[in-house]
Write a protein that binds this ligand. Sequence first.
Ligand SMILES: C[S@@+](CC[C@H](N)C(=O)[O-])C[C@H]1O[C@@H](n2cnc3c(N)ncnc32)[C@H](O)[C@@H]1O
Length: 287
Amino acid sequence: MTTQQHADTPIPFDRPTAARAYGWLLGSKDNFAIDREFALKTLEAFPEALDVARQNRQFLYRAVRFLTEEAGIEQFIDLGCGLPTNQNVHQVAQRFNPRARVVYVDNDPIVLAHGRALLADNDATTVITADFREPEAVLEHPDTKRLIDFSRPVAILFLSIGHHLKDVDDVGKGAHYALRHIIDDLAVSGSYLAVTQVASDDPAVGAKMSESFNAAGIPWQTRTPAEFAKLMEGLEPVEPGLVNIRDWRPDPNQPPLDPVPPQLEPYEGAAKRNLQIYEYGGVLRKP
Ligand SMILES: C[S@@+](CC[C@H](N)C(=O)[O-])C[C@H]1O[C@@H](n2cnc3c(N)ncnc32)[C@H](O)[C@@H]1O
């Protein structure tokens, strides 16, 4: 495993980060009071957010298992990989195919620090610090060139990421370009995109959520399912299509996640009662 440390990327302590706040919902201890306060504020407005985050992480397992076992994919680029937890992409993929190779990408320096420890003796994986709004930075990285062979099918993962990509942004060329450049312009036919994003059927609810995250310094655009599906035009969703990912090939026997932190237990199961927001997406094949 190799990593690239960006000396100019300090860990932000004065604002929450998506990696740390989301990681807490999955049971990670690598977060600060400011992240937990932001997560609790989000849960006050959207109590189902805990279940939704955990459903997304369970989808990750089922999607990577499908890609490895059924689609025969051996190489993965996981964009916005987040803090390591149990059942990380390389662990799931290498369980079903020991030859699987994984490039992890995140722009939060805490992810690099923890990824380095996790991947220390795994030559088939790497974690690099890059902004996925500029996919060229990922593609030009020497580790991507070493591990990914674009003459063979590849899986591009954007899990719980679509909402971090705005239609128009001040860094890259917008959500469509970021989500589609690698799969459309570089990947061969038979490659896959696995992608999820926080969605709401009610644009007013979505706008309220976007406002709260953007105000906290986390770029965010909640979309309706129709808006998200438009970003995926031209790719072929595998069964059951683009759905609330809780309903994507559910498997009651899949490995459990780490326990919910005690402070968050009151929110467990809230998605059964209240579903203003949910994680929408699926797995799509490049024809
Ligand atoms: C909600 S977490 C999702 C983690 C993981 N993909 C999963 O599904 O469990 C979002 C992750 O995207 C990362 N992220 C957000 N914006 C990013 C950007 N512009 N470039 C790279 N990573 C980014 C955050 O640091 C965070 O780790």
